[in-house]
Design a protein around this ligand. Structure first.
Ligand SMILES: [Zn+2]
Length: 98
């Protein structure tokens, strides 16, 4: 499956070729930035400053936009599955046996 990427430099959303290369431009597609020269430079600098690999930065950016990983859901949907009680708080038992 092809992935959609987001440029860390300019926030553009882009869909590189499956081969991850642009033969006509002589460029290799990155998972973290578009083909603009200043974006390439900005990401190179971010990699150097953060110590994170380019691919990881790209992944974080995609997650932030919801392009990768589980879709974000409102807090309301975080209830226990039907038929299962939420775990009791320690010492907070509701039973009458105490
Ligand atoms: Zn860019």
């Amino acid at each position: 499956m092809r992935s959609i990427y987001v440029c860390i430099g300019c926030a553009a959303i882009y869909l590189p070729p499956e081969s991850m290369s642009y033969p006509s431009l002589g460029l290799t597609a990155s998972t973290a930035h578009c083909t603009r020269r200043d974006c390439t430079a900005a990401v190179r600098e971010t990699v150097a400053l953060s110590g994170l690999p380019e691919a990881k930065l790209g992944e974080l950016a995609r997650r932030a936009l919801g392009l990768e990983g589980q879709p974000r859901r409102p807090r309301l949907n975080h209830r226990p599955a039907r038929g299962r009680r939420a775990a009791a708080a320690p010492g907070g038992g509701r039973g009458k046996l105490h």
